[in-house]
Design a binder for this molecule. Structure first.
Ligand code: AP5
Ligand code: ZN
Length: 217
């Protein structure tokens, strides 16, 4: 499959994407996870990105477009297709993606919007726990790990993201409305846009995704 998931912070992109990856044996490219891995390695990009991420802003289009292009060109898992999580986030990124794919004679099949009211996101974001190495996420209440603060699969510790607080979330939401909602408009003009009610429980959201695949695959 070749698809993107668009939605605000906490909509469930990182929760649903691994299931799509498993279903289609494609790659899951999460630009936020890629940036966090640079932060963890303390690379120059990581140091720069951390400031921007903690302030709820966006890393430059050129850097993000380059990162996705590199993965699509070299990541073997992407031979089976891809699911993009967190990209494109600006209209410029969306245009660059179309161009990248056209050069490979490929087209996006689905642009799926995870639609949810901002008010529901605070609880999701402030209760999230993540396994840094894999990007797997849990929730203290909605999806608790089997052992407190411990990843189910590796037994390694879970952490809270440094941008997962009410203050940074406000800024991330403002950025989403200003820069990423126009991306939704961009895809609405194509035939591939679909919207899902992301306030449903995770299993219901997954069922909604399966319906979309059933219709178009
Ligand atoms: P990124 O990592 O992409 O963060 P985000 O967009 O803010 O999205 P989140 O990861 O917070 O939400 P999610 O939708 O994945 O939610 P999840 O499934 O984990 O980006 C971080 C930063 O990097 C950006 O702010 C920016 O600075 C930078 N960046 C990244 N990409 C960029 C780009 N392309 N260009 C420029 N800058 C870029 O779920 C959240 C919680 O809710 C979890 O605890 C989960 O268990 C729970 N949950 C999930 N689904 C449900 C449900 N249905 N019901 C109840 N709980 C649920
Ligand atoms: Zn995520």
């Amino acid at each position: 499959v070749r698809m993107i998931l668009i939605g605000p912070p906490g909509a469930g992109k990182g929760t649903q994407a691994p299931k799509i990856k498993e279903k289609f044996s494609c790659c899951h490219l999460a630009t936020g996870d890629m940036l966090r891995s640079q932060v963890a390695k303390k690379t120059p990009l990581g140091r720069e990105a951390k400031k921007i991420m903690d302030a709820g802003g966006l890393v430059s289009d050129d850097i993000m477009i380059g990162m996705i292009k590199e993965e699509l060109d070299t990541n073997r898992e992407c031979k089976g297709g891809f699911i993009l999580d967190g990209f494109p986030r600006t209209v410029a990124q969306a245009g660059a993606l179309d161009k990248m794919l056209a050069e490979k004679d490929q087209k996006l099949q689905h642009a799926v919007e995870l639609e949810i009211d901002d008010a529901l996101l605070v609880a999701r974001i402030t209760g999230r726990l993540v396994h840094p190495a894999s990007g797997r996420s849990y929730h203290q209440i909605f999806n608790p790990p089997k052992k407190p603060m411990t990843d189910d699969l590796t037994g390694e510790p879970l952490i809270q993201r440094s941008d997962d607080n009410a203050d940074a979330l406000k800024k991330r939401l403002a950025t989403y409305h200003a820069q990423t909602v126009p991306v939704v408009g961009y895809y609405k003009k194509t035939g591939i846009w679909k919207s899902i009610d992301a306030s449903q429980e995770p299993g219901q959201v997954w069922n909604s995704l399966l319906k979309i695949f059933g219709e178009n695959n």
